[in-house]
Design a binder for this molecule. Sequence first.
Ligand code: 2YJ
Length: 273
Amino acid sequence: MTRLTPDLIEGVPDDKLDLDQRLLKATGKTVKGIALEAAGLPEDTDLSGFKAAAIPITSGMGIIGGFSASVDAIVRRLGMDCHVTEGTDVLGFSQAVADGCDIMMMADDRMFVAYNSRERKYTDNSWGTAKGYSVALKNAAGGLEGKDVLVIGAGMVGSWAVRFLMEMGANVSVTDIIHEKADRLAKIGARPLTDIAAAISEHTLLLNAAPFIIPGEIIAEGSIISSPGVPHYYDQVGRSRAKAIIHDPLEIGAAVMAVNSAGYSLRKRLPDN
Ligand code: 2YJ
């Protein structure tokens, strides 16, 4: 995840992006629906028993204006109780513990986690983002069994996405400007491709996990693009050729993290576990 900037997330706390409506149109599911599927939990799961906290972290490059408020709003939209701690860093963490919080959401420059203090387990943002955007692509495509999917970018999110899409039955190709990174994923069954433009033109199901802006003229008509990568921009040609472009700056990944973290407690109570 590239470092977010306040302008990228300014619409998140008030849901100005209207993400649920856009996701419903593209995938038939809301953010919560995608997060529950990503976490392997039933569609009607009630998350109101969880108390979460968003803890501002000042280390490294410091606070991102609106980040904790955005995470707080995202978690509350899932039906959990949540607040931003008054203190930052270790003080904020200790306040969350003293408040009896079950899930602590916190990010520095390298790691963003949802820590479940009941189970002493965490879900990180790369996993959550890859899982959420893979589930979104699967729903938008009406299933992925036997279908060709291209993952652009073989970093943390792209590498997880390759695994998840393969588990969903897709034939996964992967491309990265650093060819060796894509080559490494051949070991787990992905097909590395070196010509990025040709790879994009030849696929209609894409997961763009790279900080790469795809020129519209190489996008195939009717493509479905699940696109967590930042910066996010599709030109007029790309937008008109694509059937759906799924993107938000923070919410899908953070929602999957929070729900999956709650899932450490909930899955223990499901009948088949
Ligand atoms: O609490 C704050 O306001 C800041 N410390 C938030 C920092 C958010 N972190 C990022 O944007 C990092 N690039 C996250 C890296 C996650 C890797 N998956």
